[in-house]
Design a protein around this ligand. Structure first.
Ligand SMILES: C[S@@+](CC[C@H](N)C(=O)[O-])C[C@H]1O[C@@H](n2cnc3c(N)ncnc32)[C@H](O)[C@@H]1O
Length: 477
């Protein structure tokens, strides 16, 4: 066992963190992971972690300054983390802090050149640039004034912009939402488990019956893992609120002796995994690709006049359709991992290609359509804009949107979306990934996995459009 792991184990013991002797902590050049020494069975309680041992804005030595400055959330926690790190051996969390990496390799810590080279075309490119801008703004607005005139002597060496980025990367990738009182916090031990999409072995829970809990409720254990769960990494149900109490770690899926014990950080695609945690997975079923509304409109205006496009877009909007919106204020459509484009995009393209007569008919009846339920709206739209009667079963209705024009425009949009990745072909990127070492070229490796997972979805969008073009051809024969 490594020296830092031994020190961490001693620290856990002195902070009443108790864990099963079936858990083994493996410290390798790839980071720390947790393995099972013996078989773990569903329902086994494998660790208990007192809330008091967690580093939160309430437990940190700088809590009064954080409260007085009105800082909360991730920013407050990042300041607490920087402060405890600045204390070195004098911090009550020293034994825990020494096992943390200096920073997590999340894209907002990359250089601008790396972001531009590795993420261009991907769902993260714009977002990461915005993140970097916002982080600098936050640091200038909230942290810098504390260094210059704060009541504590805060040293630039520990509270500078670099240290802030490092702390934020650790907060993003390792913090858990504990309860309303503590907010999110660094939870020692719980943050040693790696993620596996849809295949986690443990869940973290707030134990409502633990001694010292402020809010003792009927002895139940709160489990944040119900069907419409927040990510299991999130313990945000506040039924057990207050400074004291215990977090528990329970096995939800058995692990054989020797196997790695995984947690889940939630159901998310590779863009979100890379964004928050600095890694990606191959074959992640939650991957998606987005196509911006601006790209769709740009392509439409290469075929139609601007006036024509505006009027078709206005009809689509009058029907109360819209794309998704992001933190960078763009409107976009999702293409799911099977290559199926969001229904709203198919409807927009359908409306774009309506004949002038049908478009006029639609506009005359648009008020009745807006009053229809979501389910009826599509039926009414198709009834109003088609010459033949609708005999299809409802599951086939969406297929009626996929006219030849709509399918052809999906193919064009796929090509346009793909150009954003730059000059390298898909084949070249596959061979780059094959020759890339994950350990030595982490940023390149994970960004290539992201790029390829997105480009594969674009390929599936093409197959989707071809499939419907072929079906229509076959029907016409
Ligand atoms: C909560 S920590 C997990 C413990 C971590 N491995 C360590 O060394 O302390 C989260 C970080 O672990 C790494 N990680 C977790 N799951 C991973 C996975 N499936 N593949 C690669 N890295 C992973 C990522 O660097 C992530 O930001």
């Amino acid at each position: 066992m490594s020296r830092r792991m031994r020190a961490f184990k001693r620290w856990m013991m002195s902070h009443c963190i108790v864990y099963s002797d079936a858990l083994v902590f493996v410290d390798s050049p790839d980071g720390i992971s947790v393995r099972a020494l013996y078989d773990l069975k569903e329902g086994d309680l494998v660790a208990t972690i007192p809330k008091r041992s967690c580093l939160t804005i309430r437990t940190s030595g700088i809590s009064s300054l954080i409260e007085a400055s009105g800082l909360d959330g991730c920013l407050g926690l990042a300041l607490a983390l920087m402060y405890e790190r600045s204390l070195g051996a004098a911090s009550p969390w020293e034994g825990y802090l020494q096992i943390l990496p200096d920073r997590e390799c999340v894209p907002f810590t990359w250089s601008l050149e790396e972001v531009d080279n590795l993420l261009v075309g991907t769902e993260l490119h714009k977002t990461v640039k915005e993140d970097q801008k916002f982080l600098v703004e936050d640091w200038k607005e909230y942290i810098e004034p504390l260094i210059q005139s704060g009541p504590l002597e805060m040293d630039w060496a520990y509270f500078g912009i670099e240290q802030y980025f490092s702390a934020k990367s650790l907060v993003a990738s390792r913090s858990f939402e504990i309860c309303e009182y503590h907010g999110s916090g660094m939870v020692p031990l719980a943050d040693l488990f790696n993620h596996k999409t849809g295949a986690e072995n443990v869940h973290f829970m707030l134990a409502s019956s633990s001694s010292g809990s402020d809010d003792e409720t009927a002895g139940n254990v709160f489990d944040a893992s119900d069907d419409d769960k927040p990510p299991a990494k999130n313990l945000s149900n506040t039924s057990v609120n207050g400074p004291n109490g215990t977090l528990e770690m329970i096995v939800v899926k058995e692990v054989e002796a020797g196997g790695e014990v995984f947690n889940t950080y939630g159901c998310m695609g590779n863009a979100a995994l890379l964004h928050k945690y600095g890694f990606t997975e191959s074959n992640n079923p939650f991957n998606i690709v987005n196509i911006d509304l601006d790209q769709v409109l740009g392509w439409c205006s290469s075929s139609f006049s601007n006036r024509y496009c505006r009027s078709r877009l206005a009809s689509w909007r009058k029907l109360n359709f819209s794309g998704c919106t992001s933190q960078v204020d763009s409107e976009y459509f999702e293409i799911d991992s099977d290559g199926e484009p969001q229904l709203e995009l198919r409807i927009l393209l359908y409306v774009m290609f309506l004949s002038e007569t049908m478009h006029q008919k639609l506009n005359c009846g648009i008020d009745s359509l807006t009053r229809a339920t979501e389910a009826d709206k599509l039926i009414k739209l198709l009834e109003m804009t088609r010459t033949d009667s609708l005999e299809q079963r409802s599951e086939d209705l969406e297929e009626l949107l996929l006219t030849d024009d709509v399918c052809q425009s999906l193919l064009c949009l796929a090509d346009i979306r793909e150009t954003l990745y730059g000059a390298s072909s898909l084949k070249e990127e596959i061979s780059r990934l094959q020759n890339c070492c994950r350990m030595k070229e982490r940023k390149l490796y994970y960004s290539l996995v992201l790029r390829l997972s997105e480009r594969k979805i674009i390929g599936r969008l093409r197959s989707y459009a071809h499939r419907y073009l072929n079906r229509r051809k076959a029907k016409c024969k």
